[in-house]
Design a protein around this ligand. Structure first.
Ligand code: 5GP
Length: 206
């Protein structure tokens, strides 16, 4: 499938800082829109239906999956998550840049559907630092943290299938790296030809 907009997919193990980085990136870049996923998990804390996620029941989720409403979906930490077609199709068709903040299984499915999607993996600087960040969150039971660390080993092993890797040791540096990836993507020939068509025409560029 070909769309005029760029599609960025960001994955990371829990605790690597993905959500904070994507949030900061979106605040800096008004031309980027994040896709709101559907999930079968219950809202946490201040989360709102239609803001962080579309919260639905497992039965509703399976019905949507059965109808083919998702570009991709996966089970992550025992809950179902999916990117609905309606969440991104219109934006991408309008030429807008879209960010998907999803797990590695979803990211690899998206790459199959959209080979031009830009896959970005966020790594923690070390296992020790990841463990400390998960401990510092304070809202998670020790057995949940142990499970996340075990999952993280599986997830991190997938980084080699991604186009870019950002190591989140220093937040500002990682954010700068993310911005650089988005910026470079917008400077690709095909994107420039679309966005700077007058220049290309004037220079007789195909
Ligand atoms: P959380 O429940 O902590 O918000 O998210 C758990 C994991 O599910 C995170 O890695 C998050 O990126 C991932 N996730 C969120 N939405 C989607 C989605 O639509 N598809 C897939 N495959 N993973 C998702």
């Amino acid at each position: 499938m070909e769309y005029p907009g760029n599609l960025f997919v960001v994955a990371a193990p829990s605790g690597a800082g993905k959500s904070s980085l994507v949030k900061a990136l979106l605040e800096l870049d008004s031309k980027l829109a994040v896709s709101i996923s559907h999930t079968s998990r219950a809202p946490r804390g201040q989360e709102q239906h239609g803001r962080e996620y579309w919260f639905i029941t497992p039965d509703e989720f399976r019905a949507m999956a059965g109808r083919g409403d998702f570009f991709e979906w996966a089970e992550v930490h025992g809950n179902l998550y999916g990117t609905s077609r309606s969440a991104i199709e219109a934006r991408m068709a309008a030429g807008e840049d879209v960010v998907l903040e999803i797990d590695f299984q979803g990211a690899l499915q998206i790459k199959q559907l959209f080979p031009y999607a830009v896959l970005i993996f966020i790594l923690p600087p070390s296992w020790e630092e990841l463990q400390q960040r998960l401990n510092r969150r304070g809202d998670t039971a020790p057995e949940v943290i142990a499970q996340r660390m075990a999952n993280a080993r599986v997830e991190v092993a997938q980084a080699q299938s991604f186009d870019y890797v950002v190591v989140n040791a220093v937040f500002e540096t990682a954010l700068f790296d993310l911005k650089a990836i988005v910026h470079a993507q917008r400077l690709k020939y095909v994107t420039q030809r679309r966005n700077r068509s007058a220049v290309f025409r004037a220079l007789d560029l195909p």
